[in-house]
Design a protein around this ligand. Structure first.
Ligand code: PMT
Length: 408
């Protein structure tokens, strides 16, 4: 499966690694960046090499690792100025209190701090240190200085620290740092200034306090759409049903349970939105009665009476026009037969600009899996059939179509 992410593909990332135990996680981060298509130049401080060998990064990135300021080879080939000049993003993970202090005050006493000073790209820091160091007013002040100059930060998180203690200072996980890097790189993209609502996951319709009628949606497709819209600079609100996924970095997530909850959240946010992408698998029926106490096992048979839920897209369609900001609505059609005909019918009935026809009968497409096979049908009948691809790649294509609708 293609693991590239459009925003990172071919981008030059300088990954600075400083001397903290979290440096071992940066090997995973370097690998993820490379898999996403980035060209990763690692710069290590001397202390970092005490934790992880440069060879580890060289093997993962297939590029030389910069260590020495005064090495002739490195100064001509990947010297601090040239590294800084070609970087699209400089990312320092882990960033120790010591390096943060140096950056705040413009010190340039090693290859990493010199590169950072020479760098014209955005700078993203993933701090990692003992909670006492993180809580020290001098570190707080240094972070303030850096933030006021536009430096971006991700973490640290609260959790178990290398010392065995608990508290703030734990470096964010590599997946989160990668996501934060996408957020920084995409800030000025083609959706900058646009507010996009994405729905994801399945809804649960309760019939007693512990049981519900639900579906198999994992949220993967909708979460990937939210990340793709964020990567293009949109302010994203992700309204999602119960899911085992962490919401992408840099978006606002609203967790809901039932169709009624999701409808309320969508209608509450729609007034300020430019676009809505409904990837959620919303229940079409709900139990007529939800018992207030757990239903006891008494008879051989339990009959549930189901009634229609309200259709969120139709409710949105009623509110379109009349001075509303909303310019684009994209829906999905999850079908097991007559996929295109059913999708076209929903496109018209729900007054959509684009529908994503999703054949959910194949094992490698639709619910739960990481891949999808979709056909995009627009309001004028235009059709684009995409081959089997990752949900991340499908989301990129769908959001590119959203960009085109908003720009027309
Ligand atoms: O979450 P994953 O595991 O990654 O799976 C992804 C997916 C298969 C759920 C996704 O790709 C998908 O197809 N989502 C739409 C599922 C669906 O409910 O389709 P539908 O054909 O029943 O609904 C048509 C459209 O109306 C959808 O955009 C749906 O969000 C919307 N709808 C449905 C019911 C309802 N009461 N209100 C709605 O607005």
């Amino acid at each position: 499966m293609d693991t590239r992410i459009a925003l990172l593909d071919g981008k030059h990332i300088v990954l600075g690694v400083t001397g903290g135990i979290a440096a071992f996680k940066s090997a995973d981060l370097a690998s993820r960046l490379v898999q996403a298509g980035a060209l990763v130049d690692v710069v290590m401080t001397g202390a970092a090499t005490e934790f992880v060998r440069p060879l580890t990064f060289q093997a993962l990135t297939h590029r030389p690792v910069a260590l020495e300021m005064f090495s002739l080879l490195q100064e001509t080939d990947i010297g601090h100025v040239s590294l800084g000049q070609r970087a699209d993003l400089m990312l320092i993970a882990p960033a120790t209190a010591n390096t943060i202090a140096k950056l705040a005050h413009g010190l340039a006493d090693n290859m990493l701090t010199t590169t950072a000073l020479a760098c014209r790209s955005p700078l993203l820091l993933a701090p990692a240190m003992e909670s006492g160091m993180w809580g020290n007013p001098v570190t707080t002040a240094n972070m303030e200085i850096l933030r006021s100059r536009g430096v971006c930060t991700v973490g640290p998180e609260s959790g178990r620290l290398a010392s065995g203690g608990h508290g703030y200072g734990r470096m964010s996980e590599p997946a989160v740092i990668l996501d934060a890097a996408r957020w920084v790189l995409g800030r000025n993209g083609r959706l900058a200034g646009a507010a996009v609502i994405v729905t994801a996951g399945g809804t649960r319709e309760a019939f007693d306090p512990v049981r519900f009628v639900g579906n198999r949606s994992s949220g993967k497709m909708g979460f990937a759409l939210a990340a793709a819209a964020r990567d293009r600079g949109a302010a994203v609100t992700l309204i999602h049903g119960p899911a085992a996924l962490e919401p992408p970095y840099g978006i606002m997530a609203i967790a809901v349970e039932s169709c009624a909850d999701m409808e309320r959240a969508v209608l509450d946010s729609i007034g300020d939105a430019d676009a809505l992408v409904m990837a959620a698998a919303v229940a079409d029926y709900r139990p007529e009665i939800a018992a207030s106490q757990k239903i006891k096992k008494r008879d051989d048979r339990l009959t549930l009476s189901l009634v229609r839920t309200s259709d969120i897209l139709s409710a949105v369609a009623e509110q379109r026009g009349a001075g509303r900001r909303l310019k684009a609505v994209i829906g999905f059609a999850a079908e097991t037969r007559d996929v295109l005909d059913n999708a076209r019918e929903k496109l018209t009935r729900k007054k959509l600009d684009l529908i994503v026809a999703n054949d959910v009968s194949a094992a490698d497409s639709g619910f739960e899996v990481d891949t999808n096979r979709v056909t995009l049908i627009d309001a004028s009948g235009g059709m684009q059939t995409l081959p089997l691809m990752s949900k991340t790649a499908a989301a990129e294509q769908i959001i590119d179509r959203l960009v085109a609708i908003l720009e027309r």
